[in-house]
Every structure is written in structure tokens, then in C-alpha cells.
Design a protein around this ligand. Structure first.
Ligand SMILES: [Zn+2]
Length: 875
């Protein structure tokens, strides 16, 4: 507004279409001054007027009020300036002193009153009077102003205003009883006196010959709550026109106010304490943006800044900025959100601007609230960068100077190029130390940051269920559930399982993953991460005796005939079933394999079988043949189709053994009972595929070795027990020394080579507003994942003093939480909301257009995604 180039356009708009932020507000002077005294902003020059009734109209009013004359008065300029009055203290400020203030000053004052009122409500020492509890309402008056020699003639015409507005104006501007004064801090009336403005009026033929229209938003002059009891009586008398000369403020009517035509205030009357509790409409998957915006729109210093006269700081020419579009878009939106009585705002204009400058956020897909936040902080910074010409700064080497000196140097270089409200409020500095693994060269740098992205270390545990198969003399299958560190390794699993199943010192465990009744992989690398094992996997651990290495481990995969109809034709093929079984054995010839297998199967024999059947096994060591009765359609119990296909093979056998590959998929050479196995066929591990005859399937209770539980079965109700980690642990993980990734090599100035250096971060300088991003989303090359870890973060006393590599002895390192951006659900979809702190222990849930109070005990959830802290000064 102070920008001179805007003055002319402003004046043209005084007629009617005054922009939101160019509105002039008419407020009680005392109300404004109270806020001003507590939070003084830049000194504004003020023009003081004494209000006197204009005689020409006054006479008419005396005749009869029923004629509804226009209200007319003169504003006579007084000599006293604002600064003089301030020196005189409160002297001379009466209840009939008013002020004309621009929109930004009004909003700031309103916010101040809102805050102090909230503080008062919560039992703080601040005193509050009834006058502070003024309704916020949208009375809008149109005044016609004409310039006379030393005063302004003001006329409030009934034809320009609605009946209700006119009536209220009547009460406010009736100047007969008491003198009143108006302080103009908006600079609007000064324009009427300037010559330039006179020319403007003459040029503008559309306007009436000597009058200019000034639109006033009247605030804080509604009728006090204390007069509620008298309300009806008064409104009657008012309508009768018999008590028109009552005081302008402090009494009268509050109800039945018709809404003025002002479009920016579409909500109902509301108390000042609810300021800023305005929702943002969802424009289609824009909750990510709404969540980030609400957190920023409740960031203490930023609110004051954007409700104020921030536009003079816009850097239109910054090539890194967005021509001020993002800053003004954000500022406009913030004003709407903080306007009293506002209904949910549709951030369409802002979304368009955002999409224009950051096309990645265009469209209606769900995005990341952290990404839009990072973009906004950066965009706002560049748009509001006070540095017009960034000096070229060459990074100096640290040499052997003390870190404090280098850090300050880096910081001053940074400030020389970057100076904005965002830098003032949100930026800190950390030290990063790189060490070359080869020449041990140490390099120290100091980088600014706008937020901290903390990893979520998994100190949490994971429960896993495995099936242990002990294939000793008596095969046993049992399941064990163990608890292992979630980020643990296979050796952790083996260790825990060994304890669980009381593994003997001469025993070992071989873990394998089973899929569709076949082993698809062995887990043998002790250092493999347990994250490679998913909850839905099925794992078997074979409990084997050590010291039997000379005897190969024989892995048996079982197959049986699977019959099904395809196009009405009965089709059959071999299909794996049951858990593969394993045993060490000296297998020299085919029959050794067979007897080893039969021995494994003994526990699964169906009881109550005829003795003869059991006899079969007694002589099974040689050759297993059966005396099966021929079937009409079947050959030795096999379906005809299989019999045909396998005509050359030994269909009379109960089991057929084949050599196979690691995954037991290909059927290799048949193992012939009486022939020795070739030595090449006997590696350390022998994979054998066993085809079962239908009769054998009946003979054994195969269900006993067919059920294999998943590693973790999430129950029908709820998920796995929640993992929990403290925010401090996340910070420690962020700061801990770590080797750089292979894609992130560092060019070592010592050896002049790219090296995989180790990097260590330390906090050096903390900002007033500390934004902490919890890295819930991981995007590895193949897997996108969201961690649902519950992060236990302090709400009142985040103390970072022990993490500071440097303390200046002045700053506080204690923070309290004031906003949270939440993410619910899976990645790529899901929903974002914001929790915002507003005074004492009150928190609000901003769920798009819906804003509701939330208990402070409910704000800490595993949905917390970005945390907003503000510094608490030590006292
Ligand atoms: Zn090096």
C-alpha cells in the first residue's frame, strides 16, 4: 500500500470495487491502539479529524427524522499528530475516537485481540473487558466525500446503503451529543486533499462532479453482549425513531442484522477467538496442499508477516523467484483464512499458481505434503528475497581456523545472498564433516537448512513364525514364533530360532522359503537383511545334524496326480504338495534314496492299516513294488492318461524318484533302485522329485505335513503391534556418521578421486521455527513403501541442546509443537490433514473444509508426517 505506484489505481477503485486488501476499516481507536501498543509495527503517519455535524443537513434532521435525511458531517483536520498523542499516553482517547486503518493493520490488530482473548480465557493474567468481546460483522458503508477548503464533507446517503447499514451508521456518526474524532491511518483522506487527486476526480467523468465514494468496513462497533437483555426494547424504540441519538458504541442492537453485500465475508458472525479456524476446500486430491498450507498459515511469525504489509518486500525481478506470484497468492489466501467469519475457502487461484510454477503438482493426483511444503518455503523465500543483486561468493577453504569462525563466515555469505522472512524464521545451519576413507582428508562444510528430514530407525521388533522340521529318527514338525529386530539380519533370526527350538550344539538350521510346495530359495547368507522376508512368506527351517557333510543332504519334493476338467475333458498332471522334506543320508544307489524317503514318511502313515501294508515298508529297502489290482480305467491306480504318457516307466511302483534342479521344477533322470547313483549326481545337496501313486496318497496322512503358516498373519482386527520410536532416536539416526552411497561419491581434494566418504552431520544453528519431516516414504528402485512407525515426539518440550555441536550461549534450544501435517493410509493414495495448536491446550483438526476441535491427547498418532515446532525462549 505504501507503494506509490499503486496509489493511482487505488483511487480509481475507491468508487466501488475495492480489492480485499485495499479495504479501509473503521474501528474504535482504543481497540486499534491497544493492539498497536503491544505489537508496534512501523510508524504510520496519521491524520486526525474532528467530527462536526454539517449544518445544512443538521437542520433538516431536526425537522423530522421520518424523512430519513442523509447523515452529513465535516471532518476538520486537527494539528495533533499521532506521535504527539502517543507521548500524551491515553489522554484524550475517548470512546468516540475512531480510526481508519488499512486491511493489513486491521487484520493484525484483530489477530492480536484474538490471541489475547484466548490467553485470557485460559486463565492467564491478561484482563479482558466486555468491549473486547466485540462481534465481528460485515457492516459496509459507502460514504461520499467532497473536499472543502479545510475539511472534508462526508455524506452517508441512504440510497447508497442498505437500510440496516444506514441505521447503524446513524448511531455511529450522530455527532450531536459528544464530539468525536477520527484518526486516519489508511492515508485515504489525504488523497482527497492532494492536487493530484483533484485532477483524478476531474478526469473521471463517470463519477459525480465533486463527490468520491469511500467504502468503509466498520468493525468492532457492534453492540455489546451485555445489552442483550435490553435488546428487544431497544430495537423497538430504535424503529420508532425516538432514541436515535444514543451513543455510537456500547449499546443497541446486535440481532437481525442483514448481511451487507460484501462478498469476502460470507460467514456468520463469529467471535474473534475463532479467527484462523477456516477450512480449505478439497479441489480433488488437494488435501496434500491443504495440509501443508494450514500448517504454514498457522506459523506464528509468518501469519503476522503475511497479514501485514508484506507486498513491499516482493522481489519481482528475482530470476529464482516466481515474480511474486507465489508470495502474493499465499498472502491472499492467508488473509482469507484469517478473515473473521470466513467460510471454507476454495484455494483455486493458489492451486493454479502452484501448478503453473511447479507442474509436478498440477492435475488431480495425490502428492506429498512435504514436497509442496519444501517448494513453498523455497518459493516464498525467493519471491520475498530482499537481496536484489546476489553477490558472487566464492567458498573459502576452512584451513585451520576454528569452526565457529568458518560457520559464521558461511552464514554471512548465505545471508548476503538470501535474506527473507523465511530465512529470518525457518532457516538454520548444520555442519557436515566428510572424511576420505583413503587419505583421511577431512572436509568441513556448513549448510543452511529449512527443515530436517529425519529417517525413522527401526529399533522396533518384528514377530516371525517359522516351521521347524527335525528329520532325525522320528520326524517332527513344529512351529515357532520368534521376535527379531525389524532391521535385523538373518543371523538374528537363526539365533532367536535356535533358542526357541532348543537347538543342540551339534545341530544346525537351514532356512528355506517355500512357495507352492517347492523350495524357491535358501536363506543362507547370515548378513542378509530380514527386510527381504515378507509377512506373507512361508519359511521352513530344517534342523540338521552337523558333521554329516560327507553324506549329502537330500531334499525331497512331493508330487501327486492332480485331476481337473478342461472343456469337459478330464485332464491330469503332476502337482507338488506338502512341505519338502530333507535328510542327510549316504545314498550310493537308488534304493538308498528310497529308503531314506520312506523313513522320513513313517510318522505320517495312516494308522489302523492292515499289517500287510506295513510289511511293504519293512522290505522297502530293496524295491518298492505293489500288488495293485488292475482297474478298468486305471493302470495300477494311475489315470489312463498318465499311464499312457508314462508307459515306459515303472507304473507299478508306489513312488517314482527323479533327480531335479534346485527348485525341483524340472524332472531329470529317474533314479533306478538297483543302480548306483553317479557321483556327479551327488553334490552336497541332492534334489529329488518324488511322484506318488494314488494308493500311496491314501496310505499316508499327507495333511500332517501340508500346512505351513505365513511368517506373519495380520489378524482380522487391527494390524501388527505398532512400532514405536522416539523423535530423539530419529534425530540421532539423522546425525550419525554414515558412508555415502555409491551414487553419491565425494570428490576428495586430497587424492583427487571420487571416494565413498563418510559423512557426519551436526546441528549448528537452529531457527525459530523448526520443521521436522519424518521420512515415512521410501522410494527404492523397486519398492515404494510407507513406514507406519509411531514416532513419539514431545509436544511441549523438545530439547535439542544436547545435539548442538555449538552453543552461542544466547539461543534457546527448546521447542514446542504448534502444527502437524498428517498422512493416513497407503502411499500414492491416502489422505492428509493438519492438526494446529491455537492457544493454551486447544488443538484443531483441519480436514480440508472441515475444522473441528481435537483433544490434545489425540494429536500424537502414527499418521504424523511433518512436525512444526517453534522456539521457546528460556526465561
Ligand atoms: Zn582422499
Amino acid at each position: 500500500m505504501d507503494n506509490p505506484s499503486e496509489d493511482s489505481s487505488q483511487q480509481q477503485q475507491t468508487e466501488s470495487s475495492v480489492k480485499d486488501d485495499q479495504r479501509v476499516y473503521f474501528v474504535p481507536y482504543r481497540w486499534w491502539k491497544e493492539a498497536q501498543d503491544s505489537a508496534p509495527s512501523d510508524g504510520k503517519s496519521a491524520t486526525l479529524y474532528a467530527v462536526a455535524s454539517a449544518p445544512s443537513y443538521g437542520a433538516m434532521k431536526l425537522i423530522n427524522n421520518i424523512f430519513s435525511p442523509d447523515i452529513a458531517f465535516n471532518l476538520r483536520r486537527e494539528e495533533e499528530s499521532l506521535s504527539q498523542s502517543q507521548e500524551n499516553g491515553e489522554v484524550g482517547v475517548s470512546g468516540r475516537d475512531y480510526a481508519l486503518v488499512p486491511g493489513d493493520m486491521w487484520l493484525q490488530a484483530l489477530k492480536w485481540h484474538s490471541n489475547s482473548k484466548a490467553a485470557a480465557k485460559n486463565g492467564k493474567s491478561f484482563s479482558v473487558t466486555d468491549e473486547d468481546i466485540a462481534d465481528v460483522y460485515p457492516l459496509q458503508l459507502r460514504l461520499s466525500v467532497s473536499r472543502e477548503t479545510s475539511s472534508l464533507g462526508v455524506r452517508i446517503s441512504k440510497k447508497d446503503n442498505t437500510v440496516e447499514c444506514f441505521r447503524r451508521a446513524y448511531r455511529i456518526f450522530s455527532v450531536d451529543t459528544e464530539p468525536s474524532r477520527i484518526w486516519d491511518l489508511s492515508g485515504q483522506t489525504a488523497l482527497f486533499f492532494s492536487n493530484e487527486s483533484n485532477d483524478m476526480i476531474k478526469d473521471s467523468q463517470k463519477q459525480s462532479e465533486q463527490d468520491l465514494l469511500l467504502e468503509l468496513q466498520v468493525y468492532g462497533l457492534s453492540d455489546s453482549v451485555k445489552n442483550k437483555a435490553k435488546k428487544d426494547e431497544m430495537s423497538v424504540s430504535y424503529l420508532n425513531g425516538s432514541s436515535l441519538l444514543m451513543n455510537g458504541s456500547g449499546s443497541g442492537i446486535t440481532s437481525n442484522l442483514t448481511r451487507s453485500s460484501s462478498s469476502s465475508f460470507s460467514g456468520g458472525s463469529c467471535e474473534a477467538g475463532t479467527l484462523g479456524l477456516t477450512g480449505l476446500q478439497n479441489l480433488g486430491n488437494t488435501c496434500f496442499m491443504n495440509s501443508a498450507l494450514q500448517c504454514l498459515a498457522h506459523t506464528p511469525k509468518l501469519v503476522d508477516y503475511f497479514l501485514g504489509d508484506y507486498k513491499r518486500e516482493i522481489n519481482h525481478d528475482n530470476p529464482l523467484g516466481m515474480k511474486g506470484e507465489i508470495a502474493s497468492g499465499f498472502g491472499d489466501l492467508l488473509k482469507k483464512l484469517w478473515a473473521p467469519g470466513a467460510s471454507p475457502v476454495a484455494p483455486k487461484t493458489f492451486k493454479v499458481k502452484l501448478s503453473h510454477f511447479a507442474p509436478q503438482f498440477s492435475g488431480f493426483n495425490q502428492h506429498d505434503s512435504q514436497e509442496v511444503l519444501a517448494f513453498l518455503l523455497d518459493g516464498l523465500h525467493e519471491d520475498l528475497n530482499r537481496v536484489k543483486d546476489k553477490p558472487y561468493v566464492e567458498a573459502k577453504d576452512g584451513d585451520d581456523r576454528p569452526d565457529e569462525e568458518i560457520a559464521d563466515e558461511y552464514w554471512h555469505y548465505h545471508l548476503a545472498r538470501n535474506d527473507s522472512i523465511i530465512v529470518d524464521v525457518c532457516q538454520g545451519q548444520y555442519r557436515s564433516t566428510l572424511v576420505c576413507p583413503v587419505c583421511k582428508k577431512v572436509s568441513i562444510m556448513f549448510d543452511p537448512f529449512m527443515y530436517l528430514s529425519l529417517p525413522l530407525p527401526s529399533t522396533s521388533m518384528r514377530s516371525m513364525t517359522l516351521t521347524v522340521i527335525e528329520s532325525g529318527s522320528d520326524l517332527q514338525i513344529s512351529t515357532f514364533t520368534i521376535t527379531v529386530p525389524k532391521d535385523g539380519k538373518l543371523e538374528d533370526l537363526i539365533r532367536a530360532l535356535s533358542i526357541a527350538c532348543s537347538l543342540e550344539s551339534d545341530e544346525t538350521l537351514l532356512v528355506a522359503e517355500i512357495y507352492n510346495n517347492r523350495i524357491i530359495r535358501y536363506l543362507e547368507e547370515p548378513c542378509d537383511s530380514l527386510s527381504l522376508i515378507r509377512d506373507g512368506d512361508r519359511l521352513v527351517a530344517y534342523r540338521l545334524r552337523k558333521g554329516t557333510e560327507e553324506a549329502p543332504l537330500v531334499m525331497f519334493t512331493h508330487q501327486q496326480i492332480d485331476e481337473h476338467y478342461i472343456y469337459g475333458k478330464l485332464t491330469s498332471n503332476w502337482k507338488a504338495f506338502g512341505i519338502p522334506l530333507a535328510a542327510h543320508g549316504r545314498v550310493l544307489k537308488g534304493s538308498d534314496v528310497c529308503s531314506l524317503y520312506l523313513q522320513l514318511l513313517v510318522p505320517f502313515l495312516v494308522q489302523n492299516r492292515a499289517q500287510t501294508d506295513e510289511h511293504n515298508f519293512d522290505r522297502s529297502s530293496s524295491e518298492v513294488r505293489t500288488e495293485m489290482e488292475p482297474d478298468d480305467k486305471r493302470v495300477n491306480g494311475f489315470p489312463a492318461s498318465i499311464a499312457e504318457e508314462n508307459a515306459a516307466e515303472h507304473l507299478d511302483m508306489e513312488f517314482q524318484f527323479y533327480l531335479s534342479d534346485d527348485k525341483a521344477i524340472t524332472k531329470g533322470a529317474e533314479i533306478v533302485m538297483n543302480e548306483p547313483l553317479k557321483s556327479t549326481d551327488i553334490p552336497g545337496r541332492l534334489n529329488v522329485l518324488v511322484n506318488w501313486s494314488p494308493k500311496m496318497v491314501e496310505k499316508y496322512n499327507t495333511s500332517l505335513f501340508s500346512s505351513l503358516p505365513e511368517v506373519f498373519k495380520s489378524g482380522f482386527f487391527g494390524k501388527r503391534p505398532q512400532d514405536s520410536v522416539s523423535l530423539y532416536k530419529c534425530l540421532e539416526a539423522f546425525l550419525k556418521e554414515e558412508p555415502l552411497g555409491p551414487e553419491d561419491m565425494w570428490f576428495c581434494p586430497g587424492c583427487k578421486e571420487h571416494r565413498q566418504a563418510t559423512k557426519k552431520l551436526d546441528l549448528w544453528r537452529l531457527p525459530e521455527i523448526l520443521v521436522i519431516h519424518l521420512k515415512r516414504f521410501s522410494y527404492s528402485r523397486f519398492i515404494k513403501n510407507k513406514l507406519e512407525t509411531y514416532v513419539d515426539f514431545p509436544t511441549h518440550d523438545l530439547d535439542l541442546s544436547s545435539y548442538m555441536a555449538y552453543k552461542d550461549g544466547k539461543s534457546s534450544y527448546r521447542y514446542m509443537l504448534y502444527a502437524i501435517s498428517n498422512h493416513y493410509g497407503s502411499m500414492g493414495g491416502g489422505h492428509y490433514t493438519a492438526f494446529v495448536h491455537q492457544g493454551a491446550d486447544r488443538w484443531y483438526d483441519f480436514d480440508d473444509s472441515h475444522v473441528s476441535p481435537i483433544n490434545k491427547d489425540k494429536i500424537k498418532t502414527s499418521a504424523a508426517y511433518v512436525l512444526f515446532y517453534r522456539r521457546v525462549e528460556e526465561t
